[in-house]
Design a protein around this ligand. Structure first.
Ligand code: NAD
Length: 248
């Protein structure tokens, strides 16, 4: 039986855990070979063990998406080994929350370096190989807060809103080369990233979400899967909100 991502090579940044790991697993279930780029070697290695034990093709490379030269070298290595890079999920991300009054220049810069420059680095490195073969899917992890703002997240929101702009630019620049570029804007998803959010705040989010719960990594992985599949061949430059209606 053919699967939705048969013979596809997919790079997932931040794939060692959370949404990135579940996305890697969903892609692998649909026939893709998944390459996890992450800074967490221990988790990355464990993630690949879990995937290979299930019979999937998966590999881990220690890559810091904020490092331009490392990303270039890592993309070259994947292309030379596999002969194509079909899908890139720019999922790696961090938070360093503080109000505008209290945010340090270091907190600002760390988040911009990883969540915004990291997306630029990976898209630039990988799109040249996609263009060579006339096919590609680039998926960027935005956020509900990139569309609507959030208290205490100047740095994170700047990055998540900025990458929506980059998504639109790249959709225009790369469309003729057979590459689609889209963003997913998750709502509040139950992963380690929410560990710093007080339970009281999470209860408030659940209460104001029409679907009455936080999202799961699966909810987001399925959106990436759709956008990576042939079913989404005519979709580019969009932001798909997967947020349970929390903003309504
Ligand atoms: N969890 C949420 O509620 C939520 C909501 C909206 C958007 N998002 C976005 O989805 C993405 C994944 O979120 P998550 O909740 O799974 O987070 P997570 O913290 O569970 O996982 C993030 C992964 O990124 C990796 N990473 C961090 N810095 C890196 C770097 N410089 N280079 C490579 N890898 C790096 C981490 O090691 C980790 O494995 C992020 O971009 C996040 O901003 C999450």
């Amino acid at each position: 039986m053919t699967k939705r991502l048969d013979n596809k090579i997919a790079i997932i940044t931040g794939g060692a855990q959370g949404i990135g790991f579940r996305t890697a697993e969903r892609f692998a279930e649909e026939g893709a070979t998944v390459v996890l780029w992450d800074v967490n070697t221990e988790r990355g290695t464990q993630a690949v063990e879990k995937l290979t034990q299930k019979g999937f093709r998966a590999e881990f490379h220690r890559v810091n998406v904020a490092q331009h030269a490392d990303v270039q070298a890592a993309a070259k290595a994947v292309f030379e080994k596999h002969g194509s890079i079909d899908i890139l999920v720019n999922n790696a991300g961090i938070t360093r929350d503080a109000t505008l009054a209290k945010m340090t220049p270091e907190q600002w810069q760390q988040v911009i370096d990883i969540n915004l420059t990291g997306v630029f680095n990976c898209a630039q490195a990988v799109s040249q190989y996609m263009a060579e073969r006339g096919y590609g899917r680039i998926l960027n992890a935005s956020s509900v807060v990139g569309l609507y703002g959030n208290f205490g997240q100047t740095n994170y929101v700047a990055a998540k809103a900025g990458l929506i702009g980059m998504t639109q630019v790249w959709a225009k620049e790369l469309g003729k080369k057979g590459i689609t570029v889209n963003a997913v804007a998750p709502g509040f998803i139950a992963t380690d990233m929410l560990e710093t959010v007080p339970e009281k705040v999470l209860d408030g989010i659940r209460a104001k979400t029409p679907l009455g719960r936080l999202g799961s990594a699966d909810d987001i992985a399925n959106a990436y899967l759709f956008l990576a599949s042939d079913e989404a061949a005519f979709i580019t430059g969009t932001v798909l909100s997967v947020d349970g209606g929390v903003v309504l």
